[in-house]
Each structure stands twice: as structure tokens, then as C-alpha cells.
Design a protein around this ligand. Sequence first.
Ligand SMILES: Nc1nc2c(c(=O)[nH]1)N[C@H]1C(S)=C(S)[C@@H](COP(=O)(O)O)O[C@H]1N2
Ligand SMILES: [Mo]
Length: 173
Amino acid sequence: MNKNTKILVSVILILVLISAIAIMMNRDNAAAKKELNDNAVFILMDNGEEIASYNMTEIQAIGETDFTATLDTSTTDPEDFQYTGVLMKSIFEHAGISLEGREAVIVSAVDGYTVAVPMDKFMADDNVYLAYKKEGELIGTREEGGKGPYQMIISKDQFSQFWCKYAISADIQ
Ligand SMILES: Nc1nc2c(c(=O)[nH]1)N[C@H]1C(S)=C(S)[C@@H](COP(=O)(O)O)O[C@H]1N2
Ligand SMILES: [Mo]
């Protein structure tokens, strides 16, 4: 091998090594992200008392649905997105909590934001979802720069101020 060939071979070997390391690190990150999201817990409460908690795998099993909603914030123009989640009323039904004669559901987030959803809105078809994917990708945790892992999305709302990012619990009143 002449000198130039040796240099070329060394450069190629180094590049191959660097990309192998990058691929491995990426794989670890993806696995860690999936685990973080799979383990994320959502809590159901009845008048302030915790009655059930679900992780993402359990929530998905209740009845995963794709739906569209219009994200319209004070700083962005309205835009339709496809989300994936479970109707929030189905989670309460799964936990055996009767929704009859109740008044509202208070959804709370880790940043202290809370949204009160009146019962007629909560019970409507195809409306109040606990979502965890947007356009097929996990919404992601706040630490990852996401708006989840769970985000309450109200499919029929014209504006999105009644949605709830980083949602952690729902309390039926
Ligand atoms: N936890 C939490 N959820 C929230 C908010 C918030 O500040 N904290 N803001 C609301 C408002 S005003 C809007 S328009 C939507 C979308 O906010 P985004 O643009 O940050 O996604 O989230 C809603 N949900
Ligand atoms: Mo907003």
C-alpha cells in the first residue's frame, strides 16, 4: 500500500467507526425515549381522590383512535394535525367509574395548568381525547421538548386554549 492509500483507508475506517457509534447512541436514545413514554402514568381521580392509574400501554389497549384536530394558538395560524389517542371518557368507563349525573372533569398538567371540561362536552362523540401521538410520532415529554407525554386534545374545539399539554390527571366532579 502506498502512503495515500493508507491515509484513505484510515480515514474510511474512522468514518465507519464514528457512524457505528452514532447509530448505537441513537438506538439507545430511541429505546430510552420509548421506555420513558411507555411508563408515563396518567391518574384518574374522583372528587380529588385517586382511584386508578394507567401507563401508556394500558391506555392504548382501551381503544386507540386516530383523529384530527385544529391547532390554533395566539401565535400560530390554524393548522390541522392527525393525533392518536383514546377517548378520555373510555378510560373512566374502563376504570368502572360512572359518569352519570356528574358535572365536569378537571384535567391538570405538570406546569399547574388546569382545564375544566363540562360533562356534555366530555361525553360527546369523537371529542375529548387523551392523545400521545401527533402525526404518528410520540408527542414526547416536556423534558424532551414535547407537549406530553399525554396531551388532552379536544377535537371539535375551534381554538386550542382548552387543550391541556403535559396532562397528568383527570378528576371527575
Ligand atoms: N399545560 C398547559 N397546557 C396548555 C397551555 C399551557 O400553558 N400549559 N396553554 C394552552 C393554550 S393557550 C394553547 S393555544 C394550547 C396550545 O399551546 P402550544 O402552542 O404551546 O401548543 O395549549 C393549551 N394548553
Ligand atoms: Mo393559546
